[in-house]
Design a protein around this ligand. Structure first.
Ligand code: GFB
Length: 323
């Protein structure tokens, strides 16, 4: 079943990001010896000529495309240009260069926000494009949908094996803790921690606290990516030309933002007041993924939400002490 030789040349695009760095760690742990990486300074993925030169020189056989412009609800809402432009450029350059340079397999990472705002739950892969998108992240979602469509086009027209993985909201090591651009979980960890050390001051949480979110620890996503890339049968059937090459990766359960703050407070030891600022957007009401397709192949998440938050908080404290 394993179709990935330990000496295969695997390019992890975006290896310094939260997802890319988790993938790199796991590939190294699993003994892959020829993992290729480039920092943004060494290779600008928005520059097609630079991407072509890199592929011509390094000849990657497989690609995990984890490079993207990402951020939480406020960043998505504030920088629509960067979210649509940079993502379209990066994915178009890398996916087309992959084909031009004979790359066999490619994993493209998307996001659960590609599905309609009012989607039936849990969300199955085939619900894509069955309704209007959530406005706060539409530019990002449209770029990611274009990426899925590109993967399908290369599979159909050229017999490629390019697979789009749609993860739910991800958190963990190397997350972004900048309150203006981060996702909800790192923001809550930081807010609760800072409030605790400042004498249990009140914490302000955006929105009503009612939206539901599904959260998956980044190491579980990394495992799903490598597991799929290495499985010949799964890659062949998931990238068959007659259907969209898309598979959900999630935790299987969600909780409200209100419940999430409670859990984070417990882990961090924050006991102060929690204020909900309903002037701030809620975003999508709910986006729980149906993970039946990937669990049927044999993958399931290993890290519970509480364990994952504990790990993340320890990592956050470590970076604070070593800043
Ligand atoms: O994680 P988050 O920024 O993104 O926000 P989305 C999730 C929910 O948490 C929203 C609330 O209802 C926020 O209003 N929230 C509460 C907070 N307090 C905070 C806070 O301090 N910071 C943040 N960031 N949120 C993103 C998309 O949507 O999810 C992206 O914009 C992508 O495109 C990503 O899909 C996974 O889950 O709403």
């Amino acid at each position: 079943m394993t179709g990935l030789a330990k000496d295969a040349r695997i390019f992890v695009a975006g290896h310094r990001g939260m997802v890319g760095s988790a993938i790199l760690r796991l590939l190294q742990q699993q003994g892959y010896r020829n993992v290729l990486t480039r920092t943004r300074k060494e290779l600008d993925l928005c520059d097609r000529h630079a991407v072509d030169a890199f592929f011509a020189k390094e000849k990657p056989e497989h690609i995990i495309l984890a490079a993207a412009k990402v951020g939480g609800i406020f960043a998505n809402n504030s920088y629509p240009v960067e979210f649509v432009r940079d993502n379209l450029l990066i994915q178009t350059n890398v996916i087309d260069a992959a084909y031009q340079h004979g790359v066999k397999r490619l994993i493209f990472l998307g996001s659960s926000c590609i599905y309609p705002r009012e989607c039936k739950q849990p969300i199955r892969e085939e619900y894509l494009l069955t309704g209007p998108l959530e406005p706060t992240n539409r530019p990002y979602a449209v770029a990611k949908i274009a990426g899925i469509e590109m993967c399908w086009a290369y599979n159909r027209q050229h017999g490629a094996q390019y697979l789009a993985i749609m993860p739910t909201n991800i958190y963990g090591l190397n997350d972004n803790y900048d309150l203006d651009t981060s996702h909800v979980l790192p923001a809550l960890i930081r807010k609760c921690h800072e409030a605790k050390i400042n004498g249990q001051k009140p914490v302000t949480v955006w929105g009503t606290g009612v939206p539901l979110r599904e959260l998956l620890y980044v190491d579980d996503l990394a495992e799903a990516c490598i597991f799929l890339l290495a499985d010949d049968n799964a890659m062949t059937s998931l990238t068959a030309p007659e259907h969209l090459p898309i598979i959900n990766v999630g935790y299987g359960e969600d909780l409200s933002i209100r419940e999430l703050v409670k859990l984070v407070s417990e882990v961090v030891g924050f006991t102060g007041e929690i204020i909900f600022d309903s002037e701030k957007p809620d975003g999508t009401p709910r986006k729980l993924l149906d993970i039946g397709k990937i669990t049927a192949l044999g993958w399931k998440p290993k890290v519970s939400l509480r364990e994952g938050i504990e790990e993340s908080y320890h990592a956050y404290l470590f970076t604070q002490h070593h800043a």
